[in-house]
Design a protein around this ligand. Structure first.
Ligand code: NDP
Length: 479
């Protein structure tokens, strides 16, 4: 291996990395040991703020390959021809735990992929669940606080979680998913990914379609039992990170098939389910899955911090042909995700190697903390101009989106029972042995909540499916 010299930050060779500079062999350390000062000062600053959610994760580079023609729905270049390949970076994560928490905790899993397309970066920032607990971003900080720690004891609290959920009945569908065995996936390779939100596609004729993305594991779904997940949390809290890294290192590359569900724009107005409500799926019977391509993860990071920790994903990173939707939670994430990265990594985080698009970037953004490229050099940082400056591309404009109504704070319009129907459908889909696990998992947690909270929550389970609710009620009574 080539010998390299140890140097200080200013490039001077280090003469001694074992002994501090002292006044005599037993004397105190001298202020002029600038190498010691620099080394300690850098070490003191090694940690950056962890993400408030999705703090602990694993990541890998990969390739997305188109396997089916969907150009009638989108003009996005990434999907322009069958066989086209795009390089990617994917980060998986748990949601509520801190950066040192156990990988096997019962929690949704983040499934975020950055596609370095020829038209800029497209981020698909999803979860392993097709729905979410809440559907209005105003409730997000409150919800996450219940997944974190009590203000006084700094302990997690089942009572706190169920208190919030029982006052937010729209969460029942996601609760059923979370407490099913899919709430403890066996690592990151054996779970599906979902956009959860509805996005839009725009085709070459400027027609808009609403779209949901699904990434189905080719490895097959595999979950941990609650007991096994608890055991692993003690014996190998980094179970999922290790599983992904070792499998890729051994050449066993995991892959996921991408599918979309497509809804023509006008159908959103008449469809029985609000298609922008992230607590609901679009039943496959109404909107069947259409194959798109395959995502393969085939290269481990060389440096965890620079590639995984500094990876910054946001649903606001979109490309022509892929747009947003009126989903209120999605709208909230458009602000919250980049804002988190500005706080964690600084305003120039998009210039970091892992976040930089492959193509050139031209804009008037200048200066700011940690501007580590040439800061736009001598190019002008305003537009319009008589001189040669980057100019607009009007052909990129999306078709206008029709909206109407008075500005106000609206609840999602739902009838009394609609928040429970799909939770009940999920209960009906799963096998009897999975139902037993689901009920035991719920009882293990809800049983720790106060009676008033428990009773209200059980009334929701009964509305979803009477058998589902009664089994929980009886199991709690007998526990
Ligand atoms: P379908 O019978 O067509 O679909 C059922 C879907 O449920 C399957 O395709 C599978 O989705 C998912 N599923 C199967 N087994 C389990 C399990 N043990 N735990 C969790 N999910 C499982 O009916 P619908 O489309 O009408 O959906 C019925 C219910 O299934 C929904 O209310 C929802 O809770 C759940 N579901 C629906 C999805 C959708 O997009 N329609 C996606 C995922 C779940 P997959 O192949 O994606 O794993």
């Amino acid at each position: 291996m080539k010998k390299t010299d140890l140097t200080t930050a200013n490039g001077r060779k280090v003469d001694n990395n074992q002994n501090s500079l002292t006044a005599g062999s037993r004397g105190p350390v001298l202020m002029q040991d600038v190498y010691l000062q620099e080394k300690l000062a850098h070490f003191d600053r090694e940690e950056i703020p962890e993400r408030i959610v999705h703090a602990k994760g694993a990541g890998a580079h990969g390739t997305f390959t188109v396997t089916n023609d969907i150009t009638k729905y989108t003009k996005a270049d990434i999907f322009s021809e069958v066989g086209k390949q795009t390089r990617t970076f994917t980060r998986f994560s748990t949601v509520g735990g801190e950066r040192g928490s156990a990988d096997t905790a019962r929690d949704p899993r983040g499934f975020a992929t950055k596609f370095y397309t020829d038209e800029g970066n497209w981020d698909l920032v999803g979860n392993n669940t097709p729905v979410f607990f809440i559907r209005d971003p105003l409730k997000f900080p409150d919800f996450i606080h219940t997944q974190k720690r009590m203000p006084d004891s700094n302990l997690k609290s089942d009572n706190m979680m169920w208190d919030f959920w029982s006052k937010s009945p729209e969460s029942l569908h996601q609760i059923t998913t979370l407490f099913s065995n899919r709430g403890t996936p066996d690592g990151y390779r054996h779970m599906n990914g979902y956009s959860s939100h509805t996005y839009s596609f725009i085709n070459a004729d400027n027609e808009r379609f609403w779209v949901k993305f699904h990434l189905k594991t080719v490895q097959g779904i595999k979950n941990l039992s609650a007991d096994e997940a608890t055991r692993l949390a003690g014996t190998n809290p980094d179970y999922a990170i290790e599983d992904l890294f070792v499998s890729i290192k051994n050449g066993d590359f995991p892959s996921w098939k991408m599918y979309v569900q497509i809804m023509p724009e006008a159908e959103a107005e008449s469809y029985a389910i609000n298609p922008f409500d992230v607590t609901k799926v679009w039943p496959h019977g109404d909107y069947p899955l259409i194959e798109v391509g395959v995502l393969e993860l085939n290269k481990n990071p060389r440096n965890y911090f620079s590639e995984v920790e500094q990876a910054a994903f946001s649903p606001s990173n979109k490309v022509p042909g892929i747009g947003l939707s009126p989903d209120k939670m999605l709208q909230g994430r458009l602000f919250s995700y980049p804002d988190t990265q500005r706080y964690r990594l600084g305003v120039n985080y998009n210039s970091l190697p892992i976040n930089k698009p492959d193509g050139e970037v031209h804009n008037g953004y200048r200066n700011g903390f940690m501007r580590f490229d040439d800061n736009g050099g001598d190019s002008l940082n305003y537009e319009p101009s008589h001189y040669t400056v980057p100019t607009e591309s009007p052909e990129m404009a999306e078709p206008p989106l029709k909206i109407s109504g008075d500005a106000d704070r609206y609840a999602y319009e739902t009838d009394e029972n609609s928040d429970f129907v799909q939770a009940g459908n999920l209960y009906k889909v799963i096998s009897e042995s999975e139902r037993q696990d689901l009920i035991a998992n719920i009882v293990g947690s809800l049983g720790k909540a106060e009676k008033e909270i428990r009773d209200l929550q059980i009334s929701y389970f009964k509305k979803a499916d009477m058998e589902y609710g009664i089994r929980i009620e009886e199991a709690i009574a007998n526990s």
